[in-house]
Write a protein that binds this ligand. Structure first.
Ligand SMILES: Cc1cc2nc3c(=O)[nH]c(=O)nc-3n(C[C@H](O)[C@H](O)[C@H](O)COP(=O)(O)OP(=O)(O)OC[C@H]3O[C@@H](n4cnc5c(N)ncnc54)[C@H](O)[C@@H]3O)c2cc1C
Length: 397
């Protein structure tokens, strides 16, 4: 494992820090800034800020310069994630496009698709949604029912998607639909990945309220919506292979950015523990809670070194493939561990000064609730473990 960054990497870090110092106001780094903004207002502010960051050259860190990227390697991307998390920079408005669609387009897209998709995505001109899940197809994704009937130069789409992140803000959706009947009853066959315009009469998005109170995802209904036949990614009928490739990107490689965020949350939880009264003494003096906090810290540090290990591998050109599932399992479970420790520290009857410096209890609680979704999206923990067992360890099916 290599724990050092090159001089060039460190130079990139200081350039990024200087840009953030100059262009990310202190107010925007504070959760209080976002507290009184509606979801639409926050989205618009984040979108504008992210576009200005892309214009300054801090986007698409690992992508080729000819498509609007920075042309850096995995270590530069890890530095970027770490510095963004340290600066409390707003999270991206285009997570599905950036992390999942773009690398898939780079791998299997046509030259035209690379040129038309990557740069507008980086500059937040096009916000992308992912339309995979359906009411009857989640873990068993190949059970999907949405149909795309060929008609002249286009397909006509009918069906429903669900749990679609950014459904209410999306411009386009990369979605899976059946373009032909599965041959020989093989349900993975006859599926294509289509790039569909969401601003058309046959596409209707409806919000779904989450337990955090927000509606980051929704349902998307397709009623005779159309998409040109040229808007297939990875080849007609080859949607299953394209989706599996995309999901390997979704499951991620290095988790240095996540480590930085969760470590900050853990430090907040330790402060809350010192302030909460438990049986006449601070919760941080309760031996059981102390052990929980220590166990969460141990997992955090394991995540850090796992991330460094992954980074060393990828910067030496190793393709992680299915091993990406191990990183997803690790970071999402570590997040849950820190969140569980927070909930146990808080207990049911507590008194703690709020507002307090750092994150408010409402924000910490919202993070803890959000952590529950991270072991579901992108493939649940059970499904990821099966992937690791079968595809990485080679255990029998
Ligand atoms: C916050 C959030 C955002 C999301 N965003 C998107 C999005 O943008 N686009 C999109 O397409 N989808 C999105 N999803 C959906 C997500 O991909 C699915 O929720 C996930 O794949 C699980 O599917 P399901 O909800 O239908 O659960 P199910 O598949 O019904 O699973 C229910 C339970 O059964 C277990 N299970 C199922 N099959 C097996 C098996 N073979 N072996 C062992 N255990 C099994 C699962 O692990 C789980 O615990 C999002 C989900 C969340 C929570």
């Amino acid at each position: 494992m290599d724990l050092r960054f090159s001089e060039q990497d460190e130079q990139f870090r200081s350039e990024l820090r200087s840009w953030l110092d100059a262009h990310l106001p202190a107010s925007m780094r504070s959760p209080a800034f976002w507290a009184d903004k509606s979801a639409d207002e926050s989205f618009a502010i984040r979108r504008e800020w992210e576009a200005s960051k892309a214009a300054a050259g801090f986007a698409g860190i690992q992508w080729p310069v000819e498509y609007g990227g920075r042309g850096g390697g995995p270590t530069m991307k890890a530095i970027y994630d770490e510095e963004m998390a340290k600066a409390n920079a707003p999270s991206t408005v285009n997570p599905l496009g950036l992390a999942f669609l773009a690398p898939t387009v780079m791998a299997v897209g046509t030259e035209e698709q690379k040129r038309e998709i990557i740069k507008p995505l980086l500059h937040c001109e096009t916000i992308w949604c992912q339309g995979f899940s359906e009411p009857g197809a989640g873990s068993d994704l190949a059970a999907l029912q949405m149909r795309a009937e060929p008609s002249g130069e286009e397909y006509v789409l009918n069906g429903q998607k669900i749990w679609t992140t950014n459904a209410m803000h999306g411009d386009k959706i990369f979605t899976l639909a059946r373009t032909s009947s599965p041959e020989g009853g093989k349900k993975h066959a006859g599926i294509s990945m289509l790039l569909v315009d969401m601003h058309q009469p046959g596409v209707e998005a409806r919000p779904l309220k989450q337990m955090t109170g927000q509606s980051e995802f929704g349902e998307v209904f397709f009623t005779d919506a159309t998409v040109p036949k040229t808007e297939v990614l990875g080849g007609e009928g080859n949607g299953w292979a394209t989706a599996m490739l995309l999901l390997s990107f979704e499951r991620g490689s290095s988790a240095i950015g996540q480590y930085t965020e969760f470590r900050k949350m853990w430090e907040e939880v330790v402060q809350v523990a010192a302030a909460v009264d438990r049986d006449g003494r601070p919760a941080s003096e309760d031996p059981v809670l102390r052990q929980e906090l220590a166990a969460a810290l141990v997992e955090l540090e394991c995540l850090k070194y796992h991330s460094w290990h992954v980074l060393t591998q990828t910067s030496h050109g190793k393709d992680l493939g299915f091993e990406a599932s191990m990183t997803k399992i690790m970071w999402s479970e570590t997040f849950r561990r820190v969140s569980d420790a927070y909930e146990r520290v808080l207990g049911t009857g507590f008194s703690v000064p709020d507002p307090r410096p750092g994150l408010s209890l409402a924000e910490l609680t919202s993070l803890a609730m959000w952590s529950r979704s991270c072991t579901i999206w992108g493939g649940s923990q059970q499904v990821q473990r099966t992937v690791v067992a079968e595809r990485v360890l080679g255990l029998p099916r």
